[in-house]
Ligand binder design. Structure first.
Ligand code: PHE
Ligand code: ZN
Length: 881
């Protein structure tokens, strides 16, 4: 017997709450196993609701100890209660106080939702529906209340007591070993932004002065011993605060901004008002344990959570269907921040790669959903690449369509009009319509329709007439629950390159709206004619990736080579190199599947040589251009009947061909670009390191005499984690001499740092080759493996399932089985981590027949489980549908 699917929640069923909760006073008496929570709620009936309407509060695994209404114990027949619900049958018609006492067990909370303990620190996670695990409440984002929180705990265990807002009072509790702190947050907020932390933590203080000269105390709290790992995060925070003032006119609004780093966290970080709680991997860094990528991630996540203070907290979501209102907009804001702090083209390419590897497959498989879904069974499963990354793309397109000025005017109105509210995508879009006079009803389809539009392109040049004609058509392939679709508004940034590589002056054309360098598709087909075009041009379309679409365009190799060398849009230069490599990789994969070994085409290999030798290309961009499309990208391009072994082999062929032809230049680049002197995580230095390591990646398979020694030396003499990890990956993934010794060396050097050890597990889990499965099984019993720590589980299992295609999809089914068994095991403890791991099966139908059948049987095994969590049940049902 299988477990039940949770009932569907639908956007169309939305009803405003029948009661308001205006104030919340919480007293939390902390104890590892028996924490008492006394919640006093000031409740008022909504004006249009009938007196006596029952008040139904949400709960989740709660046990009620006492219930008082206006100071009086409520008689038994006045209410009904269960662990997940408290109903007051006939509340007074006037505003009243409800005092609810519950008892919870933080130590036993393995779901890491609600109040739990991580390495002895008490912390909370309330988004999306975790507050109901602390007390009975109207746990929905459109119930905004002012919170006062009193935290009590033993002084010794928990010298630090934190909650949202400003500290009002702190003191000893007479006659006990306990103390308390009283926090007050004057900004009304939904329960999902509530937070509390208590523990024995080190405090790293700093200060920020806002544009209007308000002094804000900044603190980062970490485990003792980690104080020295916070300076990058603190620096990122101060730069974020300044940038939000400069670019969006948003100032911070409390006396204090606290960040706490914890080692057990289901997600990346959480924007609780005035008290952000972070997965420690997005706070802690030093050159010894963090890579350049880690530094970049920390900067971005710190910024992201900080920016939520306006886009998410001051203005929040009316219901969880509107999740992209805060997430898409905030991701857009953090992307812009990084673009301003670092290199804009590098950031753009990095983000598009992420979108294409995570969001495109989601949009093309059984888990596809619109940026704003209309139905869900479990909201935890909607923290997806579609809501976040595609949501950010939609905001970016809005900016492209309206122009910078229109976009910022609309946003200013949004901040003004909706401050203090819980609102919707419609209200958001209306602000832009009101300020710019643009009708956005067709644009709104981006929020409603799932699937990635495909834009097909055909072109012809007429030398006699001096015209260049372009046919564009758009279509969304069918997605679950969406058979047909309407044409979307697609802004296509473009340039027509003349033979000299310069953009032709092509600002007018018939058949489409043009504004500046943007073609605006609004129909399913456009027949466009550019006139006065004096020679055959090459079209550079979708510059800077101006819309989240796929382009279907047949390119001559020569044209791609031309774009790769000459396009003045750095994104499309990169794209041209990628397209060339992709065409070749797909061809080689096909040949390999027919049992043959084709040689990579010279024309493609030479483009990599040209990129490598281009003196004018920024090192970071060069490193990106020299990165081959990933195995997952190739699989996606092939689309059906996928054989991961053939893909891996094809990719290796091309890599080796490049390595053998350019080994001299590669070796030189690996040495020349390795930065000297003290480590610095800045973008420019990191870009050089990336190029140096990219060159080493090729050189390792160059078949030259010193390749193995060269790789070993890079690993063993590295003085920072970026280089050390890059070296380790090569030794382990290419099974080079010293593979085992390198793992041992790394282990002895880093066993004390759990963040560095996550990388050690990850490297082994993602190694191609038949032995990996046995390695993973033996790592399960490694003393440093901890199945209750989400980061560790992700390092070993999530990275295997998403980053080791040939072993996950082994033709004997053992990879699927391993993941399926792990999902079932983890699901009992932590459903969110389990269901996330389960999504790694999402592209199973694209595999070849044998693998497809094996994946299905692993999925069926999960599905037949009796006590699957709601989270995993939802994913498995959709994956199998
Ligand atoms: N709201 C968090 C963010 O994106 C993500 C998150 C969701 C964290 C749910 C925890 C739980 O910033
Ligand atoms: Zn967010």
């Amino acid at each position: 017997m299988r477990s039940e699917t949770a009932p569907a929640i639908r956007l169309e069923d939305y009803q405003p709450p029948v009661y308001r909760i205006e104030k919340v006073h919480l007293t939390v008496k902390l104890d590892p196993a028996e924490t008492e929570v006394v919640a006093t709620l000031s409740v008022a009936r909504q004006a249009d609701v009938q007196a006596g309407t029952p008040l139904v509060l949400d709960g989740d695994e709660l046990s009620l100890r006492e219930l008082k209404l206006n100071g009086e114990v409520l008689p038994d027949d006045g209410y009904t209660v269960s662990p997940d619900k408290l109903e007051i049958h006939a509340p007074p018609s006037k505003p009243f106080d409800l005092k609810i006492t519950t008892q919870i067990n933080p130590e036993a909370n393995t779901k890491l939702m609600g109040l739990y303990r991580s390495s002895g620190t008490y912390c909370t996670q309330c988004e999306a529906e975790g507050f109901r695990r602390i007390t009975y409440f109207l746990d929905r984002p459109d119930v905004l209340a002012i919170y006062t929180t009193r935290v009590e705990a033993p002084k010794n265990d928990c010298p630090v007591l934190l909650a949202n807002g400003n500290l009002m009072e702190k003191g000893d509790i007479d006659g006990t070993d306990r103390h308390y702190a009283l926090w007050h947050d004057p900004h009304p907020k939904p329960a999902y932004l509530f937070a509390l932390v208590a523990g024995n933590l080190a405090q790293v203080p700093d200060r920020f002065t806002t544009a209007s000269d308000k002094k804000v105390d900044l603190n980062i709290y970490v485990e003792h011993g980690n104080e020295g790992l916070c300076s990058w995060a603190m620096d990122s925070l101060k730069r974020s605060m300044k940038w939000d003032e400069d670019v969006f006119g948003r100032e911070y609004d409390l006396d204090v901004f606290n960040i706490v780093a914890v080692s057990d966290f289901n997600m990346g970080a959480m924007e609780n008002k005035g008290l952000n709680i972070f997965n420690d991997k997005y706070v802690l860094a030093d050159p010894e344990t963090a890579t350049d990528q880690d530094y970049a991630n920390i900067e971005a996540v710190i910024a992201h959570e900080y920016f939520h203070n306006w886009t998410g907290n001051r203005i929040t979501c009316r219901d969880w269907f509107q999740l992209c209102l805060k997430e898409g907009l905030t991701v857009f804001r953090d992307q812009e921040f990084t673009s301003d702090m670092r290199s804009r083209p590098v950031k753009r390419i990095t983000d598009v790669r992420l979108l294409k590897t995570h969001q495109f497959p989601e949009d093309a498989g059984p888990l596809a959903h619109p940026v704003r879904p209309r139905v869900y069974h479990e909201i935890n499963n909607f923290y997806t690449a579609t809501v976040y990354e595609k949501g950010a793309e939609v905001v970016r397109m809005l900016k492209t369509v309206l122009g910078d000025e229109g976009f910022h005017k609309g946003l200013d109105l949004y901040f003004d009009r909706h401050d203090g509210e819980a609102t919707t995508i419609e209200a958001f879009l209306t602000c832009f319509e009101d300020t710019t006079g643009t009708d956005l009803s067709q644009f709104a389809l981006w929020y409603e329709q799932a699937g990635t539009p495909v834009v097909s392109v055909a072109s012809a040049y007429d030398a006699d007439r001096q015209t260049y004609s372009l046919s564009l058509s758009q279509e969304i392939p069918p997605v679950p629950g969406q058979r047909s679709s309407k044409p979307a508004v697609i802004p296509l940034r473009f340039g027509l390159l003349g033979p000299d590589g310069k953009d032709m002056h092509a600002t007018s054309a018939s058949g489409i709206k043009i504004s500046g360098d943007v073609l605006l598709m609004e129909k399913s087909r456009h027949e466009i004619t550019f006139s006065g075009i004096s020679s055959q041009p090459v079209m550079s379309l979708l510059r800077a990736f101006s819309a989240p679409v796929r382009i279907d365009q047949k390119f001559a190799t020569a044209d791609l080579q031309f774009l790769a060398a000459r396009d003045n849009d750095p994104f499309n230069r990169w794209q041209a190199v990628q397209s060339l490599a992709m065409q070749e990789l797909v061809r080689l994969t096909g040949t390999l599947r027919h049992g043959k070994l084709g040689a990579p085409a010279d024309g493609v290999v030479s483009v990599f040589g040209a990129v490598l030798n281009d003196q004018n290309l920024d090192p970071a961009l060069k490193a990106l251009a020299l990165t081959l499309p990933s195995e997952a990208d190739i699989a996606q391009e092939i689309g059906k009947n996928v054989d991961p072994d053939a893909i891996l082999a094809a990719r290796k062929q091309l890599r080796q061909a490049i390595a053998r032809q350019f080994h001299g230049a590669l070796r030189a680049a690996a040495l020349e670009f390795a930065p000297r002197g003290d480590y610095s995580p800045d973008a420019e230095t990191a870009g050089k390191r990336a190029l140096s390591n990219r060159a080493a990646y090729y050189y390792a398979v160059s078949n030259t005499e010193d390749a193995a020694q060269f790789t070993w030396d890079r690993f063993s003499s590295a003085d920072n984690m970026t280089d050390r990890l890059a070296g380790l990956m090569l030794l382990v993934h290419d099974h080079m001499p010293g593979e085992t010794a390198a793992l041992d060396l790394y282990l002895s050097r880093h066993e004390k740092s759990s963040l560095a050890m996550d990388k050690w597990f990850m490297v082994q889990a993602t190694a191609p080759g038949d032995g990996t499965l046995a390695t993973i099984k033996s790592l399960f019993s490694h003393p440093l493996y901890d199945a209750t720590n989400p980061n560790r589980v992700r390092a070993l299992l999530q990275s295997f399932a998403t980053g080791n295609a040939t072993q996950f999809a082994r033709p004997d089914g053992a990879g699927f089985e391993l993941v399926a068994e792990s999902v079932l095991e983890i699901d009992k403890r932590n459903p969110q981590v389990a269901s996330r791991l389960l999504t790694s099966f999402r592209s199973w139908r694209a595999l070849d027949a044998n693998r497809c059948a094996l994946a299905e049987s692993a999925l069926m095994k999960i599905s037949s489980c009796e006590d699957l969590s709601r989270d995993s049940r939802d994913i498995i049902d959709r994956t199998l549908q």
